[in-house]
Write a protein that binds this ligand. Sequence first.
Ligand SMILES: Nc1ncnc2c1ncn2[C@@H]1O[C@H](COP(=O)(O)OP(=O)(O)OP(=O)(O)O)[C@@H](O)[C@H]1O
Ligand SMILES: [Mg+2]
Length: 259
Amino acid sequence: MANNQSSELPLLSASGLCKSFGGIQAVDNAEIQVEKGTITGLIGPNGAGKTTLFNLLSSFIRPDKGRVVFDGEQIQQLQPHQIAQQGLVRTFQVARALSRLSVLENMLLAAQKQTGENFWQVQLQPHVVVKEEKELKEQAMFLLESVGLAKKAQDYAGGLSGGQRKLLEMGRALMTNPKLILLDEPAAGVNPKLIDDICDRINAWNKNGMTFLIIEHNMDVIMSLCDRVWVLAEGKNLANGTPNDIQNNRQVLEAYLGQ
Ligand SMILES: Nc1ncnc2c1ncn2[C@@H]1O[C@H](COP(=O)(O)OP(=O)(O)OP(=O)(O)O)[C@@H](O)[C@H]1O
Ligand SMILES: [Mg+2]
């Protein structure tokens, strides 16, 4: 757990967010703040609107109302790839690795600003492209090492276990050199031994300065990792505080028991 640098502006701050799907108010005037250098948790019963909130924060869907400020700039009008370029990336509740590509290829695809993608650069400066590809590969291998998948680099991503796919998602997010990573249920469907491993890796990256916002149903994960926890229920903010505050909050307990 890194120190909470509360004197600074939050790295991410969203307020007044609303999103309805037909008759369902999935997110209802919600707010959230993520301080730089922290691991922040987002919890709530099934259907509380957590993933929808992630989708709004990362512009995968547009809010009906509300605003999102990331690193001092309003971002709710931007496209997801523009937000990723500014340093906010997210992983998905169901991991989205491309099964027929190798683990390494999945990592390389996630990298941004690849010179190789620019037609003219390829024609005019092929040596630069070759050098950048080599550097990207080195970065990918370094990150695969750090998420524990280096030995699987040449394997098809389709052959990975659920937990390994979650780790690959984390690796892919890290390939973009982000400032903030949103993780949607990193421990779901993962065997208990690998969950500890995933937590250790999140902690290690946090110690290196990475900020995380994590949705998770596994309370051990939330309690052991998070500096602060936000609770959603029926699309609304129910509480926020330290893991200890939240664990002892009667309204939070009732929201979970009532599901
Ligand atoms: N694309 C959509 N179209 C219609 N309804 C949706 C859509 N996405 C989410 N919902 C509804 O919005 C509500 C919030 O869903 P959301 O997936 O955000 O919850 P969640 O807190 O992530 O739940 P879980 O813990 O089960 O993942 C639910 O009632 C869900 O059925
Ligand atoms: Mg969800």
